[in-house]
Design a protein around this ligand. Structure first.
Ligand SMILES: [Fe+2]
Length: 179
């Protein structure tokens, strides 16, 4: 059994405040995509979903006077750093295991290169996966951050995703037992 589920996360005031700010619909879509491709990357669907759901939890309000100023935003952006720290604190507080909290935080830290010096990093599969799932859901001019979703519908999608993850974990365990 997973101690921290997506349903617990999505109801949490910290998630509602910060993930709500960067777009709950986008976060759920990235979590769904992350689970869908987790097998291709050989990573746990549970970690993929949590990193996907929380990947933008570090965003701040980026528009001034109702205008999106992408250049200024990109120059000053540290949302991945803030997000990694914020997600880690939240997960540890909810009693996620420390290794899981660290893996998720690192995947959030490295899901974008907007603050990194130029050069190639060798990313781990979970870190790559979150970046891929995020890019898959991106719209021009940051449109993905502004999509709205009714909270009841959001909770339904999250519950469905929790069930899917539980199923995937159960079938992995039974394959291991057979082996
Ligand atoms: Fe994102």
């Amino acid at each position: 059994m997973r101690k921290v589920t997506l349903s617990i996360l999505v109801e949490h005031p910290i998630v509602q405040k910060y993930v709500g700010r960067s777009g709950l619909e986008h976060a759920i879509s990235v979590a769904e995509k992350a689970v869908e491709i987790s097998g291709d990357y050989g990573v746990s669907p549970d970690l993929a979903a949590k990193a996907g759901l929380l990947h933008d939890i570090g965003h701040y309000e980026w528009y001034q006077n109702g205008e999106w100023d992408f250049e200024t935003y990109k120059e000053n952006d540290i949302h991945a750093i803030k997000g990694a720290a914020r997600a880690h604190k939240l997960l540890v507080r909810l009693e996620e295991s420390l290794p899981n909290a660290k893996e998720i935080a690192l995947a959030i830290l490295l899901h974008t290169d907007s603050y990194l010096p130029a050069g190639n990093l060798e990313l781990h599969p979970l870190q790559k996966l979150v970046a891929v799932a995020d890019t898959f859901d991106e719209e021009p001019n940051g449109g993905h951050h502004y999509r709205k979703i009714d909270f009841e519908l959001a909770k339904q999608r999250i519950r469905k995703l929790d069930q899917k993850i539980d199923q995937m974990i159960r079938s992995d365990q039974s394959i291991e037992q057979l082996g």
